[in-house]
Design a protein around this ligand. Sequence first.
Ligand SMILES: [Ca+2]
Ligand SMILES: [Ca+2]
Length: 153
Amino acid sequence: MNVSFEQMQYSVKEIQQFVTLCISVFGNYEISLKLIISASSNSSETDNDFMLCNTSILISPAEVENCFNITIAQDNVVESNEKFYVALESDNTAIKTGSPAAVEIIDSTVLTFAFNHNVYMVTEGMELNICISTAGRLNRSLEILVISYSQGK
Ligand SMILES: [Ca+2]
Ligand SMILES: [Ca+2]
């Protein structure tokens, strides 16, 4: 009998929180079969960018499809898209497993900057301290330009 992923490529946005992979089952058998699921990362890190909740699944007789979820972490880091591979294995030689499926995680972290206040007041001759708050993280440094202009008299 043969088991293989329905799609060779899956794509998920980080914000969607999980991706569903489905396996097609071809062939007849009379007992439940255990399949081992493993993931290997290319650019993403296991348990950091995604979590494989189940490392095995049981396929019952007469089942022609079995789906499972992989949790995708919303890590709040602005980064490139990441990719990992999911493979099926079985220790039963009667089961033929198809090729691994690739999952691409599309980054959805947005970096935002804001001043802590809309209006600042300062006495003449004193120094004004302005703070900027950020949401989202970058794994490299970034230069932002601050400009000032005057309004009114
Ligand atoms: Ca990530
Ligand atoms: Ca991210």
